[in-house]
Design a protein around this ligand. Structure first.
Ligand code: BEZ
Length: 176
């Protein structure tokens, strides 16, 4: 039997639209757990260092949005993008890019990222603690495959983006 690596259990603080609130800004807080997102599902997940940053905005996130239907054809239930940013920032980032299909998951407390061992110091850029860039295929909370960008390190002078993009994940999913 292959070894299981389960995702950490955390509570994400998200904002959801709720028309029953009325008014110009009908959003409320919604706690979302790891189980809510991953339990009994096949999920493609990717994490990146920051909303509104150039590579994340121009390549990483739009790449997954563009290929979303191909992931669905491969029986993926949801595609999730995580960043160590708060829910307001993640919402405005998705809105600015017209993101319709990818679930933008705020890890503002960095708890999930820390428990994944993917938290890095980006103080060299004035960013504080952020997520390293990586992607995963997760089935029922179990990590089946991870693509972790090389040179994982604090205050990395570069921002490697070679293997955590949508194309690599698609190629992998088609091969299994
Ligand atoms: C980028 O996405 O381009 C980026 C990410 C983190 C730090 C600097 C730039």
């Amino acid at each position: 039997m292959s070894e299981q690596r389960l995702l950490p259990d955390v509570i994400f603080k998200t904002r959801v639209r709720d028309e029953s609130l009325g008014g110009d800004n009908p959003f409320r807080w919604q706690d979302v757990t790891t189980d809510d997102i991953f339990m009994n599902k096949r999920i493609v997940f990717f994490a990146l260092p920051g909303a509104f940053t150039p590579t994340c905005t121009n390549d990483h996130l739009p790449g997954y949005e563009k290929h979303y239907e191909e992931f669905k054809e491969l029986r993926i239930d949801d595609v999730v993008c995580l960043s160590v940013n708060d829910a307001f920032v993640m919402y405005q980032w998705g809105k600015s890019l017209g993101i319709q299909k990818i679930f933008l998951l705020p890890d503002g407390n960095a708890e999930f990222t820390r428990k994944m061992g993917m938290l890095v110091d980006k103080s060299n850029l004035g960013f504080g603690m952020r997520s390293w860039r990586y992607s995963m295929f997760v089935q029922n909370k179990n990590i089946e495959k991870m693509f972790i960008e090389p040179e994982y390190t604090d205050n990395c002078p570069t921002d490697p983006f070679d293997i955590s993009g949508a194309e690599t994940m698609l190629e992998y999913l088609r091969s299994i």
